[in-house]
Design a protein around this ligand. Structure first.
Ligand SMILES: [Zn+2]
Ligand SMILES: [Zn+2]
Length: 329
């Protein structure tokens, strides 16, 4: 198998050839056909997250076909198209798993962070965390649903039922979520880097009723806001933009420090929440919903060997939509 791997020496990712892995009991081997590039991959390779394992193959928006079944796997078939996301395994024994909150598991494994991910021609996954994708839709178009879509969905549920929804940071997650929110009859207000006309145009094309800089006030108070950009200063900005009782949901795994702000911006029962990881129920709910909504993802494809270019483009904000790596056939 070919991999793009983060070594102990750090960036850039290095192309290597490894022996094909053999799936253990309860696992499947997947021939990767597309793997999305998520902001969390950037946090892994840039060292914003603690380096738990090196070398590590990043990538947790995997689409591919099952090519080998480990012992005891009977619910997936050889050749079946599956997707694998960030939650690679949960322990099923800790208090959180027993409370049906496996996203908070005390002993989890994360794809592309603590176990090798999909910046590769092949990947091994726990079969319980490989989601059947069916045959509708192209591999590259489905890949961003596996994290940007799933975490976005969990964030949207956390944001509540309000009609006026603000999205801070208009990348892969926001462009998917805007389509879901519109389908639900909500109005989306998109906040981008100040003066980023390209991102604001993109947001309007995706259906946002308003797009502006994150330093601007929306034309109406928002019911809720979700922050996808890893910028702590957006928390007080979003609190100022939501009405009394409104919610601000932080959707990313990493964020710069939140600056201090006056208590009156939180006062009147405004809430700040964070979203961590996902559960298999989130995946089942969202992937079913995505089929009904008919989500159209905007992707930019790169050959697997150009993974570093894809990461650079995401880091610099040059992308409109989602970057997807395509391994050689
Ligand atoms: Zn657990
Ligand atoms: Zn992700």
């Amino acid at each position: 198998m070919d991999v793009m791997v983060l070594t102990a020496e750090g960036l850039p990712l290095v192309a290597q050839s490894w022996a094909d892995p053999v799936p253990g009991p309860g696992e499947v081997l997947i021939r990767v056909t597309a793997c999305g590039v998520c902001r969390t991959d950037l946090h892994v390779v840039d060292g914003d997250l603690p380096p738990l394992r090196r070398p590590i193959v990043p990538g947790h928006e995997i689409v591919g076909r099952v090519t080998a079944l480990g012992a005891g796997v009977s619910h997936l078939a050889l050749g079946e198209r599956v997707g694998v996301g960030w939650l690679g395994r949960s322990c099923q024994a800790c208090p959180y798993c027993r409370e049906d909150r496996e996203n908070l598991c005390d002993d989890p494994e994360f794809t592309g962070y603590t176990r090798n991910g999909g910046f590769a021609t092949h990947a091994v996954a726990d079969a319980r965390f490989a989601y059947p994708l069916g045959e509708v839709g192209e591999d590259a178009a489905l890949a961003p649903l596996l994290c940007a879509g799933l975490i976005g969905w969990r964030s949207l549920v956390m944001a509540g039922e309000g009609r006026r929804l603000g999205l801070y940071g208009f990348g892969a997650a926001a462009h998917i979520l805007t389509q879901v929110a519109r389908w639900q009859g909500r109005d989306v207000y998109a906040f981008t880097r100040s003066g980023d006309a390209q991102a604001q145009d993109f947001a309007r094309r995706m259906g946002a009723v308003w797009a502006g800089g994150s330093d601007e006030a929306p034309p109406e108070p928002l019911d809720a806001a979700i922050i996808f950009a890893p910028v702590g200063a957006l928390v007080p900005a979003a609190l100022k933009a939501v009405r009394k009782g409104g919610r601000v949901v932080c959707g990313g795994i990493h964020m710069s420090d939140i600056p201090s702000f006056p208590y009156r911006w939180l006062w009147e029962e405004r809430q700040v929440l964070s979203v961590a990881n996902l559960t298999r129920r989130d995946a089942a709910d969202f992937l079913a919903l995505a089929r009904r909504v008919g989500i159209h993802t905007q992707t930019v494809s790169y050959p697997l060997a150009r993974a570093n270019d894809a990461l650079d483009d995401l880091r610099s904000g040059r992308l409109s939509g989602a970057a997807v790596l395509i391994p050689p056939a």
